[in-house]
Design a binder for this molecule. Structure first.
Ligand code: CTP
Ligand code: MG
Length: 232
C-alpha cells in the first residue's frame, strides 16, 4: 500500500493577527486551533502518519500532549517554506504521498481529505480550491484598477494539498538551489518549475484560514454551528 503522510503546519508567527500566542495555539471553544485539523488527519484511516510542525518553544509542551505513535512533532523554520522543507527532510523513503495542511484552517473535513487522495491516485499534484464570490481586479502601479480578469477562470487556493513526495522534494530542491523561498503554498512551486499540472478539487467555503482577529469570531460561529448540527 502507498504510504501517506500528512504535514500539519502550525509554526507561523501570526504577525497579521498579533497577540501573545501564535494563532495555532489559541484556544477556540476549549481546544487549541491546531487540534481541530490534527484530529481530522488522526481519525482518517488512509493517513498513515502525521508530522505536526510547531514553533521551537512549543515543541516540548506539545509533544507531551500527543503520545500517539501516529503523530510526530518537529520544530518549524522562519518561513512556511522552511517549515515544509524541514518536514520533508524528516520523511523516510517509504513515503509516497504527502498531504500538506495549514493548521490555520481548522475546518478541514474528511470529505476534503478523501477528495484530495482520490484525485492524487490519478494526478501527481492536487490542491483544494474554491470560486471567488468577490469581483477580483488587477491594480496598476498607481493603485487604480488596471483590468477585470474573467472571474469564471479565477479560483482561490486552499489547503489541504496533496503531492507525490518525490515530485514535491524535487520542487523544494530546485527552489533551494536558487534561494527562491517566498512561496505561500506548495502547489505554486510545482507550477513555477513546470513539474506537473496541479489538479484542482473543490474546497469548501467553511474551510476558512484564520488570518485576522475577525476570523476568530467567524471560527467560533462556524464551530457553534457544527456543534448544533451534530447534536440534531
Ligand atoms: N507556517 C509555518 N511556519 C512558518 C510560517 C507559517 O508552519 N514559518 C504555517 C502557519 O502556522 C499557518 C500556515 O503556515 O498554519 C499558513 O501561514 P499563515 O496563515 O501566513 O500564518 P502565519 O505565517 O503564522 O501568519 P502571518 O503571515 O500573519 O504571520
Ligand atoms: Mg505567513
Amino acid at each position: 500500500m502507498n504510504k501517506t503522510v500528512a504535514i500539519v503546519l502550525a509554526a507561523g508567527k501570526s504577525e497579521r493577527l498579533g497577540g501573545e500566542l501564535p494563532k495555532a495555539f489559541l484556544s477556540i471553544l476549549g481546544r487549541e486551533l491546531y487540534q481541530y485539523s490534527l484530529q481530522m488527519f488522526d481519525q482518517h484511516t488512509q493517513i498513515d502518519s502525521i508530522i505536526l510542525v510547531v514553533p521551537e518553544q512549543f515543541l516540548t509542551p506539545t509533544k507531551a500532549k500527543h503520545k500517539s505513535e501516529k503523530i510526530s512533532l518537529i520544530a518549524g523554520g522562519e518561513t512556511r517554506f522552511e517549515s515544509v522543507s524541514k518536514a520533508l527532510n524528516h520523511l523516510d523513503k517509504s513515503v509516497e504521498n504527502v498531504l500538506i495542511h495549514d493548521a490555520a484552517r481548522p475546518f478541514i473535513t474528511k470529505n476534503l481529505i478523501d477528495n484530495c487522495l482520490k484525485n492524487l491516485s490519478e494526478n501527481n499534484a492536487v490542491s483544494c480550491a474554491i470560486e471567488s464570490t468577490d469581483t477580483l481586479v488587477v491594480k496598476d502601479a498607481d493603485g487604480n484598477v488596471d483590468s477585470y480578469p474573467d472571474r469564471s477562470k479565477i479560483m482561490r487556493i486552499q489547503t489541504p494539498q496533496a503531492f507525490r513526495l518525490d515530485l514535491l522534494k524535487k520542487a523544494y530542491s530546485l527552489a533551494l538551489k536558487e534561494s527562491k523561498t517566498d512561496f505561500t503554498d506548495d502547489s505554486s512551486l510545482i507550477q513555477y518549475y513546470g513539474l506537473a499540472p496541479v489538479s484542482l478539487v473543490p474546497g469548501s467555503e467553511q474551510n476558512i484560514k484564520i488570518t485576522y482577529a475577525s476570523d476568530l469570531l467567524l471560527a467560533e460561529l462556524i464551530l457553534n454551528g457544527l456543534k448544533e448540527g451534530a447534536g440534531k
